[in-house]
Design a protein around this ligand. Structure first.
Ligand SMILES: C[S@@+](CC[C@H](N)C(=O)[O-])C[C@H]1O[C@@H](n2cnc3c(N)ncnc32)[C@H](O)[C@@H]1O
Length: 232
């Protein structure tokens, strides 16, 4: 097999694993099993050349921190929700964030994120489709979610709990790839939360590069003061 054929075969296998993850309908057990099996080859499949999501999300976090949050970047509390193996955390660390916490459903992926050494703390077995009531409101300046509001993974409803964990005037930054935007009602959920004075869209990068041929929207959602008081 030539090097090109080998490369194409690897890409096809990666594409199949990605597609398979999209068919899991948010079932926590199936997702955990899928990522348990994928963890070892995940970073090979999602190499930086193909997967722009983590660096774009981290750059957005950096820009929002500089423009609106200010203070010491190293002390800005960031939750990487659905941190996977830590690709976003590594990019955040690269631009000076030092207070990074990770959550993930898969303990196997969470352990790989721990191994990067850039997180203060990483928790596995956290399901973002469920209530996070054991976690205090307004704990983070920013929450980043890359590749998490994705088909078969986390439902747009999950945004409400993430907003609650973010402090007033902090941000939830989320990628939503094209297939998800078309199939799910993420934008409707943003509008619902805006009407309920929970959050307001601050920026959106439409149709940015995400993974190979698939583009994504990158949302920066500002959490409003009122919501946190109401929900504490
Ligand atoms: C496509 S990966 C993205 C990982 C990382 N953010 C990145 O950009 O490389 C999706 C991650 O979301 C996690 N995940 C899937 N469903 C989840 C859920 N309901 N709650 C928390 N994490 C979930 C998976 O375990 C996996 O690590």
């Amino acid at each position: 097999m030539s090097a090109v054929d080998k490369q194409n075969a690897l890409r096809q296998a990666a594409q199949m694993r990605i597609k398979a993850s999209h068919a899991l309908k948010g079932d926590a057990n199936l997702l955990a099993q899928h990522y348990f099996e994928w963890a070892d080859s995940y970073e090979l499949d999602m190499d930086r050349e193909r997967y722009s999501g983590p660096s774009i999300v981290a750059e957005m976090a950096g820009a929002l921190q500089a423009a609106y949050i200010g203070g010491d970047r190293a002390a800005t509390a960031v939750l990487d929700a659905g941190c996977g193996t830590g690709l976003v955390g590594v990019q955040l660390d690269h631009i000076g964030f030092r207070f990074i916490v990770g959550f993930d459903l898969s303990e196997t992926m969470a352990e790989m994120a721990r191994q990067t050494g850039v997180y203060r703390h990483v928790e596995g077995e956290i399901d973002l489709n469920r209530s996070l009531s054991e976690y205090a409101s307004a704990s983070y300046d920013m929450i980043v979610c890359c590749g998490v509001f994705t088909l078969g993974h986390v439902h747009p409803d999950g945004l409400r709990e993430l907003s609650r964990l973010t402090r007033p005037n902090g941000f939830v930054i989320a990628s939503t790839c094209k297939s998800y935007t078309q199939a799910m009602s993420f934008e409707d959920e943003v509008l619902r939360l805006q009407e309920a004075s929970v959050l307001a869209p601050a920026q959106c990068l439409n149709d940015g590069r995400f993974l190979d041929g698939e583009d994504a929207h990158y949302w920066a959602l500002r959490v409003l003061e009122k919501s946190t008081k109401q929900r504490r």
